[in-house]
Design a protein around this ligand. Structure first.
Ligand SMILES: [Zn+2]
Length: 498
């Protein structure tokens, strides 16, 4: 069909004259990118006019960011991620179960970016060991996070039951297995190996929140980093080490050396990091009990409770909040971003060769009544970790400014590397993380001179700047730095045709 402006074969859109970066092919040059429908159709200099044209001179044009670690479960938070350049946001570390319920809910609500889920060892364990009923939501994990029953050893029958749950989800298209090992310190290391083994059998990666470091918890059942690399070696599973920054803290060099040695020995171990010194999780987490805070050099006032914004005053208040609202989210002040030495530790986890940028984006906590989820701009009253809105622009800013890694490699950490991690299990990922003919038209256009996070620990939902356009499946979600609240072009990403 010929439109008024041109003939057959004319592209819907040409992004004209940007610095096109496609790390897989090595392309890093001024070029045009043509998009028709939901695909990139051509990449090169001097492409013919399209039905629509956009001048990208002075901007980087590259694949949209693929976030392996997003706990955001609603449109509002995902819009913040889109404004940070994210075009695919996956819940892989915690996971959910049953995954079918999570996919159904996301499809019914609509999503601004592509979405997908791993199955959840923690939730399967809560069901098998503590009788929790499941609904495919992370909220169920948070609501039960503090219950001691699920954090201890399981019987053989319980372990088999939870393994069956994980296998059912994998058969149902789950992208991988999320293993929140650090939240159930009493789980038998043999169970972890069994879970890694079933992931390997399904050709699925496992995503681990590591158990505690032996340096911090000498009486732990096993050193968290050792557990991950051992599972990769013994089972052949593809083991992904989540937020290596926040679980390694000032022991990052020891942990990165262990990972590097495992990689050199041929094990499939990958890592991710986010560029912030503080963490965030449910206040009822095992490792946030008053007795255990000193393991990390923390005290109750290291915690900021999201629902009220209060700094936890003392041990009594911490106990009260853990009892009354165990799933309430707290900022955990760990590394000090004002300290040059601590910033350097963060940069080492971020710049680790082959390491991936992933946000650990969190659901929004509303300090007042929760508004209609479609409301945009975001009304006041939302609180989250700044990583939700700012991880990718902050990581790029730091990596570029420090000259730590070339721009093409910094971009690969946000798109190509996560696509490659998943693409054996999820063939659809072969079309993402690339700017090539036939690739999905998930694209980000940003100004490398000005790209920056704006969210802070007090202004937690300020969108990033310097990100000019974001397309998801060929549809502008962000255009000329403005989010379009009328569109929800995100699609499910699944391991197999469904
Ligand atoms: Zn985690």
């Amino acid at each position: 069909m010929a439109g008024e402006a041109g003939g057959p074969g004319e592209a819907d859109l040409v992004l004209r004259g940007g610095r096109v970066i496609d790390p897989e092919s090595g392309l890093d040059a001024v070029a045009d990118v043509a998009v028709t429908g939901d695909r990139v159709t051509a990449v090169g200099a001097g492409l013919p006019p399209g039905r629509a044209e956009l001048d990208a001179a002075g901007q980087v044009v590259t694949a949209g960011f693929i976030d392996l670690h997003s706990h955001v479960n609603g449109v509002a938070g995902l819009r913040l991620q889109a404004m940070d350049g994210v075009t695919t946001a996956l819940e892989l570390e915690a996971g959910v179960t049953p995954v079918a319920a999570a996919y159904d809910r996301a499809a019914a609500q609509g999503r601004p970016v592509n979405y997908g889920f791993a199955t959840s060892w923690a939730l399967a364990r809560m069901e098998a060991v503590a009788g929790v009923s499941l609904d495919g939501s992370l909220a169920t994990f948070l609501a039960n996070i503090a219950r001691p029953e699920w954090q201890g050893a399981a019987t053989a029958a319980q372990t088999s039951a939870l393994a069956a749950r994980l296998e059912a989800d994998l058969a149902d298209g789950a992208l991988g297995v999320g293993v929140l090992a650090g939240y159930a310190p009493g789980a038998d290391p043999a169970e972890y190996l069994r879970v890694a083994g079933l992931a390997a059998a399904a050709g699925a990666p496992a995503f681990t929140h590591a158990r505690d470091l032996i340096e911090l918890v000498p009486h732990g059942l096993i050193d968290g980093p050792e557990e991950i690399v051992r599972a990769a070696a013994e089972t052949g599973a593809q083991m992904h080490y989540c937020h290596i920054n926040s679980t390694s803290l000032r022991h990052i060099d020891r942990v990165l050396a262990l990972v590097e040695a495992a990689q050199q020995a041929g094990s499939r171990v990958t890592t991710e990091a986010y560029p912030y010194g503080s963490g965030m999780t449910g206040i009822g987490a095992a490792f946030l009990s008053p007795e255990r805070l000193p393991e990390r050099g923390l005290n109750p006032s290291s915690l900021v409770y999201a629902p009220t914004g209060e700094r936890v005053a003392d041990e009594a208040r911490l106990r009260e909040l853990r009892r009354s609202d165990p799933g309430g989210l707290v900022i955990i002040e760990q590394l000090d971003e004002a300290d040059a030495g601590d910033r350097e530790l963060l940069m080492r986890s971020l710049a680790f060769p082959g390491g991936i940028v992933a946000s650990d984006a969190m659901p929004l906590t509303w300090t007042g009544a929760e508004p209609d989820p479609m409301t945009w701009p975001l009304p006041p009253g939302a609180f989250t970790h700044p990583r939700t809105a700012g991880t990718f622009s902050r990581a790029l800013r730091l990596l570029i400014a420090g000259g730590q890694v070339p721009l093409a490699e910094a971009v690969a950490k946000c798109s190509l590397f996560p696509a490659r991690l998943l693409q054996n299990r999820v063939p659809a990922l072969r079309r993402k993380g690339r700017v090539q003919p036939g690739a999905d038209a998930d694209l980000v256009v940003f100004d490398p001179a000005t790209i920056s996070d704006q969210a802070t620990y007090t202004q937690t939902t300020r969108p990033s700047t310097g990100i000019t356009h974001v397309l998801v499946n060929g549809t502008f979600v962000v255009r000329d730095t403005e989010l379009d609240p009328a569109v929800l072009p995100g699609r499910p990403v699944r391991a197999a045709p469904h």
